[in-house]
Structure formats: structure tokens, C-alpha cells
Write a protein that binds this ligand. Structure first.
Ligand code: ATP
Ligand code: MG
Length: 335
């Protein structure tokens, strides 16, 4: 019998293959994913079904999905110890999402700020998938009875709706789903665009100067940080209204482990040029081992496919347990 007192907590993490992840994805989410992999039972998904909401070019989606899978392994996640899989390979996600759609109120889904933002940005394609995105995300999480979900601050609202949906289902049909907690790191939870530090850094930003991609060459990283928007005070300190510098301080702190106070002290009397140089070096150092591992993995497609198959098998086994439970509770006729 499994000893529940010793059971490790379950962590579910997912990322869309909508492009190469940015430094924001890395510091806000991926870096924590790696740190958590030792202490928890972790599942990591490439959320390809989610990315259909922005209708990527099919060939690009296929390529980016495999790349994102390699990125997860390149972070150092062990595909034997953890479950690393591609969402669409586990059909239970879409099945549970339908059941949960029927436990989600139209009004609560309509309040999601990501839906509002994305439909304003893409008025030509406000599809129903974009609207029910948080319900699919709820299915991703609830299928595995996850205790924690490590996310950036932008996904907090989606985690709250996941809890609301789970709670409603549990109340109507009896206890079925574990209510997940968000895991949001203190710094790095919200990395901002280098060109517009009032907006979050996003991999779908049409201006590549706004974000650092995790696969950017070293010289490109240096160039982008050097041209980051700052202010005219020329003093490295964390303060309201200094969004550009605050952002660079957050990035620097995440990469070096230094506190804001220490950074202010170290750069006392120095200009933004020196500071940007130090931030750029810290980022280059942080990403270098990852980039090398990524290149090595991409050269071994057979290995990646083998891992993806293993991951899907293990994930589907766990997912089916919860799906069957939910189907039974709702009264779906089962054979
Ligand atoms: P998209 O623009 O396609 O939505 P995205 O950059 O928001 O891309 P997602 O795949 O939606 O990426 O999110 C993956 C993870 O990265 C989530 O946990 C999200 O909270 C986190 N994240 C995204 N952007 C940032 C950011 N700027 N700072 C910190 N964390 C972030
Ligand atoms: Mg996003």
C-alpha cells in the first residue's frame, strides 16, 4: 500500500509551443520547474492544444512542439524520473475539458483578462477555443490531482478559475478533484518587455527587441539588453516609476541571487552602461549550458520521440484514473 504520509506532492507545469520561450518564461516558470523536479512528483506538458487558439501555421506548430519538448529536456528535467509529454498525445485532456465546460459559467469565463487581451490583439480570430482556454487548463491540472502549479503572475487568474471549477464540480457531484495551489516565485514572476516595461515580456511579441529568447546568441542578448528602455535618472535603484531599471534589476537578481539592496550598493556611483553590461553577462552565463544541451538534443530526434512516447504513456495512465472517476460521478454510462 502506498504510504500517503510519504507521498510526494504532485506538480503540473505546462507551456505552449507558440514560439521559443523567453527569459520571462524562464525566470517566471521554467527555472522553478527545474528546481521543483527533485522534491515533487512532476509532470511537464507541451500544451499544443492550447496553442491552436492562435491558429499557428501547421508546419511551424509541428516544429515548435518538438523544439519545446527538447527545451524541457535541455532544462535538465529527467524524462525517466518525471513525466514529460505532449498534451495532444493524452486525449483525456480534451475529454475532461468538455465535462468541465459544463461546470463553468459563461460569466466567469468572460471575466478572464487574458481572453480580453488576446481578443483585442487578434480581433480577426476571436474563436471559442480562446474563450474556453482556461477550462482546458483546468483539465490539464485537475486530471493529475496536482497540488502545485508553478506559474508566472499572468496565469494567477486562470489558476483561481481552475479552483472554482473544481470546487463547483466537487460540490455538485461529490469529491473528485484536488484543489491546486499556485506556486509563484518572488522575483521573476513578471518579467517585463525590454522595449515597453509596462507590458509583460511575451514570446508572441511582434517586436523581437522586446524579449530575449532562450536560444538567442550571446551577442544578440548583449545587444538587446543594451538597448533596453530605461529612464534619465542614471541611478541604479529600485523605485516606483523606474519600470525599465526595476525590470533589469529583477532579471539580474534572478540570475545572480543578489538582493536589490546588494545590487544598489554594488552599482552605487556607476551608470546604466555598466549595469546593463553586468546584466547581459549574467543572462548569457545563465543560459549558456541550456543552449548547448538543446543543440545536442535536437540532433537526436529518435531519442526525443522515444521520451515523448514514454511520457504520454505514463501521463495517460494517471489521467484515465481521474477521467473515469469524473465520468462515473456525472452519470455518463460506462462499459
Ligand atoms: P503567449 O504570448 O503565447 O501566451 P507566453 O510568453 O505568455 O506566450 P505561455 O506559454 O502562455 O507563454 O506561459 C508559460 C509560462 O510562462 C506560464 O507559467 C506563464 O505564467 C509564464 N510567463 C509568461 N510570460 C511571463 C513573464 N513575462 N514573466 C514571468 N513569467 C511569465
Ligand atoms: Mg501566455
Amino acid at each position: 500500500m502506498e504510504n500517503t504520509a510519504e507521498r510526494k506532492k504532485i506538480v503540473l507545469s505546462a507551456i505552449q509551443p507558440t514560439g521559443t520561450p523567453t527569459l520571462g518564461n524562464y525566470l517566471g516558470a521554467l527555472k522553478n520547474w527545474k528546481n521543483m523536479s527533485k522534491d515533487y512528483d512532476c509532470l511537464y506538458a507541451v500544451a499544443d492544444l492550447h496553442s491552436l487558439t492562435v491558429r499557428p501555421e501547421p508546419q511551424a506548430l509541428r516544429r515548435q512542439t518538438l523544439e519545446m519538448y527538447a527545451i524541457l529536456l535541455a532544462l535538465g528535467l529527467d524524462p525517466e524520473e518525471n513525466i514529460v509529454f505532449i498534451q495532444s498525445h493524452v486525449p483525456q485532456h480534451a475529454q475532461l475539458a468538455w465535462i468541465l465546460n459544463c461546470s463553468t459559467q459563461f460569466g466567469e469565463a468572460a471575466r478572464m483578462t487574458q481572453f480580453k487581451d488576446k481578443s483585442e490583439k487578434h480581433p480577426e480570430n476571436v474563436n471559442v477555443g480562446l474563450f474556453t482556454y482556461p477550462v482546458l487548463m483546468a483539465a490539464d491540472i485537475l486530471l493529475y490531482q496536482a497540488d502545485y502549479v508553478p506559474i508566472g503572475a499572468d496565469q494567477k487568474q486562470h489558476l483561481e478559475i481552475t479552483r472554482d471549477i473544481a470546487e463547483r464540480f466537487n460540490t455538485v457531484y461529490g469529491n473528485t478533484f484536488k484543489l491546486p495551489e499556485p506556486f509563484i516565485g518572488k522575483v521573476g514572476a513578471r518579467v517585463m518587455s525590454l522595449q515597453d516595461p509596462m507590458q509583460k515580456m511575451s514570446k508572441s511579441d511582434p517586436n523581437p527587441k522586446g524579449f530575449i529568447s532562450m536560444l538567442d546568441e550571446d551577442n544578440v542578448i548583449v545587444k538587446k539588453i543594451k538597448s533596453a528602455v530605461t529612464d534619465s535618472e542614471a541611478k541604479v535603484r529600485y523605485a516606483e516609476g523606474k519600470d525599465g531599471i526595476n525590470n533589469l534589476m529583477g532579471i539580474y537578481s534572478c540570475c545572480t541571487g543578489l538582493s536589490y539592496e546588494q545590487i544598489e550598493k554594488d552599482f552605487d556611483g556607476k551608470g546604466y552602461g555598466d549595469f546593463k553590461q553586468a546584466v547581459a553577462e549574467a543572462v548569457v552565463c545563465e543560459l549558456r549550458p541550456f543552449k548547448e544541451e538543446f543543440k545536442r538534443l535536437m540532433a537526436d530526434k529518435a531519442y526525443l520521440l522515444e521520451c515523448a512516447e514514454l511520457g504520454a504513456e505514463k501521463a495517460a495512465h494517471l489521467a484515465q484514473r481521474t477521467l473515469s472517476k469524473a465520468m462515473k460521478k456525472t452519470g455518463l454510462f460506462m462499459l
